[in-house]
Design a protein around this ligand. Structure first.
Ligand code: SF4
Length: 294
């Protein structure tokens, strides 16, 4: 079976489970990236009933926000229900810029609190799909599967990595209506995704045409120093928003008496920004506009 057919079979199976156990259609999540655009297209090809969900991260590039708006409108015109989750933390609407002072540290590769609040909260009690692929990282290869449960206790998570895996344990979880995930294109390589987009003429985020290989949040720690420097060179206002958030984070640390260790008195939001970027700029050192290393 080819990759498209395999993905369609998975989507139909997930749709059947969603309708049977959750009494609601499958939810296709979309981030504005190419992988989720492919998943939406595959769901249309599968001929299943589905809804589309986007989680507004508040740190996406303007082009991504416009692309999502346009794409959801396109789908709604076809009668597909679409919805956008606005991020909430401790019962209150939040954003990347409010979370940083609340969490007292910048988001990092190891502590990605922003993802769990801004991106992963939606879809509770539903059967959802994502565009996660093993090719994205070694960690994903080891921790993600074709089907997954999302229990509150991560040690109880069930992962099925193979189309022939026994589905019994998964069905048992369905009956308690925990959040369930299907990753229909999990084994696709980057080349598979681009070939499919070209062959099917799927509309994708215009940032890919501007040299971006990933279109996550601006400044995402997963993008590495060089990638983030490129992003901040294109979107300098986001850099200023991070620096202001770091300033407010330091004020909050001061207020709570937590200015010890690497958080010395006199540290500024700009110092934190450079430490966070790992760009070698030392605290207090000035970088003249136009002389940044990009
Ligand atoms: S910055 Fe990166 S880690 Fe944080 S929410 Fe965005 S994508 Fe997730």
């Amino acid at each position: 079976m080819d990759l498209e057919q395999k993905a369609i079979v998975r989507l139909r199976e997930a749709s059947d489970m969603s309708l049977k156990f959750y009494k609601l259609p499958l939810v296709i999540t979309t981030s504005g990236g190419k992988d989720s655009s492919v998943c939406v297209h595959l769901a249309e090809r599968a001929g299943i009933p589905f809804e589309v969900m986007h989680s507004h991260t508040t740190a996406d590039a303007p082009e991504t926000v416009y692309f999502i708006r346009q794409d959801l409108r396109r789908l709604e015109d076809k009668g597909i229900k679409c919805f956008v989750n606005m991020p909430v933390y401790k019962g209150v609407r939040t954003s990347m810029w409010n979370l940083i002072p609340q969490k007292l540290i910048p988001p990092t590769r190891l502590v990605r609190y922003c993802c769990s609040v801004l991106k992963e909260r939606g879809g509770a009690g539903r059967f959802i799909t994502t565009g996660v692929r093993w090719a994205e990282s070694t960690k994903r290869k080891n921790t993600r599967g074709i089907y997954e449960t999302m229990p509150s206790d991560p040690t109880k998570k069930i992962i099925l990595n193979n189309d022939n895996d026994d589905r019994r344990r998964l069905f048992e979880t369905c009956t308690i209506k925990a959040k369930m995930v299907c990753n229909p294109i999990i084994e696709w390589t980057d080349a598979d995704v681009w070939d499919y987009i070209d062959a099917e003429k799927i509309p994708v985020n215009p940032l890919y045409g501007c040299g971006f290989s990933r279109v996550g949040c601006i400044g995402c720690p997963m993008a590495g120093t060089a990638g983030r420097q490129r992003e901040f060179a294109r979107y300098p206002k986001y850099q200023e928003m991070y620096i202001r958030a770091f300033d407010r984070m330091l004020e909050e640390r001061q207020r709570r008496g937590k200015m010890q260790g690497s958080w010395r008195a006199g540290t500024t939001g700009r110092d934190v920004f450079h430490l966070w970027m790992e760009d070698g700029v030392l605290p207090g050192q000035e970088v003249l506009d136009g002389f940044e290393e990009i």
